[in-house]
Unconditional design. Sequence first.
Length: 263
Amino acid sequence: LVSRDNHPERSTVSVGGVPIGPDTVTLIAGPCAVETPQQTLEAAQMAKAAGATLLRGGAYKPRTSPYAFQGLGEAGLRILADVRAETGLPIVTEVVDAHDVELVASYADMLQVGTRNAQNFALLQAVGGIGKPVMLKRGMSATIEEWLMAAEYIAQRGNLDIVLCERGIRTFETATRNTLDVSAVPVAQRLSHLPVIVDPSHSGGRRDLVLPLTRAAIAAGADGVIIDVHPHPEQALCDGPQALVDGDLRELSRVMRQFPPLL
Ligand code: PEP
């Protein structure tokens, strides 16, 4: 279903009216985690002012340590909905448990399945059946074939509104949090008709790498990028070292617009 063999035209997925696909390069930005109404609104205003058309923000945070901030849950979803009402930006937010899919989908414009759940087949089937677009991150140790098969689990439930997101993979390298697999962009686009975006924030894990990795992603033909921003990264409860501040995001957006679209 997700293969390009039977569907040669590349697909566009509409998220609350915002297209992600071959004719555009979509900027998604927002806080890694929803922390407070003020922080989320400020991050969304930064995103919108820089030209982002979708707001990201996690209310459910799958953290490596069980002692780290796990997100605000439904209270975070309510904050996102309020910020959407205020800014007009549709929301992309993660769901980590099949039991929460209905609840998260009642707030979200696009459901995010994160790297740690990329082969959680029960979750993939649940998001496939809920009737909302899905952003599927690549598993940090998944081959491209495994990633596309994960997408197939969603598609099999009748949902072809899937956006693939390359977010870096595990390699021997320790200088970056993950290694951005730039080649995954054209490879996945050739194998699948689904849009492919890149997360330069979670791949590098470092603010100074976000712009160069964005350039690499766009040059490779990515259909968009998803970027962490925070009004006060030093106070962030999650992934502050990779969050951009206002001026950085504007610069990134300006640079993105300099690349001519790839055919
Ligand atoms: C995220 O985007 O908030 C996130 C946790 O990303 P990943 O699943 O790629 O680590």
